[in-house]
Design a protein around this ligand. Sequence first.
Ligand code: FDA
Length: 312
Amino acid sequence: MVAALAKVTFSVLAESRFLKRVASRYGMRQPDSFARRFIAGESVTEAILVAQTLERQGLTVSLDLLGESVASREEALRALDGYLQAIGEIERAGIGRNLSVKLSQLGLTTDRATTVDNLRRVLDAASKGEFFVRIDMEGSQYTDATLDTFETVWEIGYHNVGVVVQSTLRRSEQDIRRVNKLGARIRLVKGAYREAREVAYNRKADVDAAYVDLMTLLFREGTYPAIATHDPVMIDRAKQIAAASGVRPDAFEFQMLYGIRRDLQAALLAEGFRVRVYVPFGAEWFPYFMRRLGERPANVGFVVRSVLREKL
Ligand code: FDA
């Protein structure tokens, strides 16, 4: 109940222009400014530096150029250029070749044909450099369009691409079966968006129970599952189910967000599991940042303390 309320509150606040202005002013300007706890920086150069530090610890990375729900084709083209530039810079830097993209950033909010074109251009550049590209999953109004677009590019022959499924959605078992049939990779998450009860479970216990069921299906029938959670209970269950299904530690990976549960990331590595960290960067960091606050309202205290410290 409290968790659902926090999600609603922060997704409403994420629309506030005033908060966005204040956050943009203070969030990134110093090396220890509050937004840097979760966001690598505004430029790809900063993200690469963070990625290099993580890789030195034995972690792998997926870089995400932040941005979503663009309002025009021109904005979608700017996002496309940002991704093409990032691909070049990642290649030059020699870090892991793995990207996460949001389709609403590439045009899904304007039209589907533009999105497919833009995604294909990202995938063409990515294939040349042997990158893997993960299509993030957004709010449920985009689930069908995201899966359809994913399937379209898969059928054209792009197989360096995977998708995300959210355990909060009631439909997810069917979606997993659909993607499993293609032999494509899924990242399983709980889901970060505010959703209506008709389409989603709202109680944490139900979202968690669905997560365990879906993870079981993925370990039995899926391809290289990505178990993306910071929840120690889910992580323990993942280890048990993988072992019981005969899935070896090199046939799946755990994934976590940059700046969250670094202790767990290190512990899993030490146990011999693969851990990938999602490294977001870019000027459009505010909605992503607000979702992280909504997941754990205690983070607000950390932000307030950082702002006060900077103003003193
Ligand atoms: P849960 O929310 O139950 O939290 C478990 C524990 O994790 C907490 O008790 C706390 O210790 C820690 N924790 C969780 N969130 C925290 C935070 N913000 N700050 C500090 N500690 C925190 N969602 C989506 O809808 N589409 C997507 O494409 C993706 N992609 C994605 C990639 C990766 C690599 C990850 C890890 C997550 C996503 N998500 C996502 C986000 C996901 O849906 C979910 O909102 C968050 O991971 C939080 O849920 P947990 O599974 O961590 O569990």
